[in-house]
Design a protein around this ligand. Structure first.
Ligand code: GLN
Length: 533
């Protein structure tokens, strides 16, 4: 293939139309046809990465294998494509400006006035092309965050305009995603917002090549024709994206609408092979025809905002389908759980997951939850902070270390069973300074974890500052909570389990980040299996 092809995905009318899912679905179809594809997300906010953002603001922070804290859309990219992303796949305005300002201080622009155009736009273009360099990919899909017309998006849209001009129409296309609302009073689908949104793109100098129209009702051929005419696109480049019950159906809908076909045709690439999607269809079949249902409690402090636990809830979907089981996730606010109501509140759950998190809000509720799961022999999976809570609970109630805690919550605890890593003590900057990304873990033979993984060495992703305190290693082991996963370089505890319990595992890492449709994470698969039995 001579040149890397670039697809830009922009959004209009409103946010939350599902650009990430459309990008992932298109990528999936192109990948299934044999093209190597990656997806990049450009985020217009000024944080250097979303690591410092409260999940209430922007949902979950997704962590890549190379340790980048990124937008949750990268999670969708990986779940759909089953290919790891990296730092380069997510760029924010903050990072762009940081690079440009560092260059300015170094003197790289000596004598010049540093401006949005060309310096910021050049840096944006450099970051986009960087993903396409090195001949790793045939097609790069770049999703522009935000909505066309936002002040923050202007430099990105301008960069797309320039790239379209530089690379030519055979190498660069723009897909614009808009909304066609249904007015129930008049019983009509309305195309005006789409027309306005495309006008706004045109004002910025960009003629979109393909329009994807998000809608709650099927579009008639007439509506498509009208949009094509007014927006100056080919009729078969107007694609319907109708609401579906699961995001994993979107690739099949896009196939039906020939989105992949239209993209390839515009690039003059071969469309000969139909994408084989047998595995994907099989997954959907299992997902939609479950033989069992289990209710699982997800206990955390962002219960009212499921996006905060996106990767966990998607992992439940993958592992549920694998087990032909519908996982009914009940989001439970840990602040609600007290000594008096814990039994009542958690009654009836077939499994419990205590979520990752930071800070002390709702912490005692999480600790009580771990106790409830342990004492009642209910399958329990503790992730990161969730594992730390299980360790604290065990210390307090089995080892009888009264007031045991993590030093994150109580710096002066007499029994710091979870403590900050030595190398973290001197760090004062909060951004990007945790133990981040993939680390090795060696699993002890004959443990539940070793059976689940079926191997002795794994790599899992991390995002934390605190650790199991090895001073208490022997105490825990002797009393029935066994550290069975250890990092071979640092000796840090990665996995604990209670062999006498039906299924009780705490992991310091985040298995949810690496669960995909094709490869559901084994810990989740085994956890759901235990919940069914
Ligand atoms: N707050 C804990 C730590 O920093 C756990 C972090 C997490 O759950 N991701 O170690």
């Amino acid at each position: 293939m001579p040149d890397v092809k670039y697809v830009f995905v922009t959004g209009g009318v409103t946010s939350s139309l599902g650009k990430g899912i459309i990008s992932s679905s298109l990528a999936k179809l192109l990948q299934a046809r044999g093209y190597s594809v990656t997806i990049q997300k450009l985020d217009p906010y000024i944080n250097v990465d979303p690591g410092t953002l409260n999940p209430y603001e922007h949902g979950e922070c997704y962590v890549t294998l190379d340790g980048a804290e990124t937008d949750l859309d990268l999670g969708h990219y990986e779940r759909f494509l089953n290919v790891p992303t990296s730092q380069a796949n997510n760029v924010t305005t903050g990072r762009i400006y940081q690079t440009v300002i560092e260059k300015e201080r170094r003197g790289d622009y000596l004598g010049k006035t540093v401006q949005v155009i060309p310096h910021i736009t050049d840096e944006i273009k450099r970051r986009i092309k960087l993903v396409g360099s090195g001949n790793k990919f045939d097609i790069v899909i770049t999703e522009i965050g935000g909505t066309v017309g936002d002040i923050e998006s202007v430099p990105y849209i301008e960069s797309v305009r320039q790239l379209k001009w530089e690379l030519g129409s055979q190498n660069c296309i723009v897909i614009h995603l808009t909304l066609v609302p249904y007015l129930s009073a008049s019983g009509e689908l309305k195309t005006k917002p789409t027309q306005h949104s495309v006008k706004m793109l045109l004002e910025a100098g960009i003629q979109p090549d393909i329009l994807v129209l998000r809608t709650s009702k099927n579009l008639t051929a007439d509506i498509k024709r009208k949009v094509a005419l007014f927006c100056n696109v080919e009729e078969n480049a107007v694609v319907e994206s109708v609401d579906v019950s699961t995001i994993y159906e979107v690739p099949l809908n896009m196939l039906k609408e020939k989105l992949d076909h239209t993209v390839l045709r515009k690039f003059a690439l071969s469309t000969a092979k139909e994408p084989p999607l047998a595995e994907w269809r099989e997954f959907l079949k299992r997902l939609k025809n479950p033989k069992h249902t289990v209710k699982v409690g997800l206990v955390g402090k962002y219960a009212e905002l499921p996006d905060a636990y996106k990767s966990i809830s998607e992992s439940f979907i993958h592992s549920g389908a694998m087990n032909e089981c519908e996982v009914d996730v009940e989001y439970i606010h840990s602040e609600e759980i007290t000594n008096d109501n814990v039994n009542e509140r958690l009654k009836g759950l077939k499994g419990i997951l205590v979520a990752p998190g930071f800070g002390s809000r709702g912490i005692e509720g999480k600790i009580l939850t771990a106790k409830y799961a342990r004492e009642n022999n209910i399958p329990f999976l503790g992730i990161c902070l969730g594992m730390q809570c299980a360790v604290v609970e065990f210390a307090r109630n089995v080892l009888h270390l009264e007031g045991a805690h993590s030093t994150e919550m109580n710096r002066k605890t007499k029994y710091p069973v979870i403590d900050i890593m030595e190398e973290q003590k001197s760090i004062t900057n909060k951004g990007g300074t945790m133990r981040l990304g993939g680390y090795k873990c060696t699993i002890i033979k004959n443990s539940l974890a070793s059976k689940i993984y079926g191997k002795a060495e794994i790599v899992e992703r991390h995002r934390h500052r605190y650790e199991f305190n090895n001073k208490y290693y022997d105490d825990f082991k002797k009393n029935g909570m066994v550290p069975v996963g250890i990092n071979p370089e640092s000796n840090l505890v990665e996995i604990v389990e209670i062999p006498s319990h039906k299924w009780f595992i705490g992991v310091q890492f985040h298995p949810e980040y690496s669960s995909t449709v094709v490869n559901p994470h084994p810990l989740f698969v085994s956890f759901i299996k235990a919940c069914i039995n």
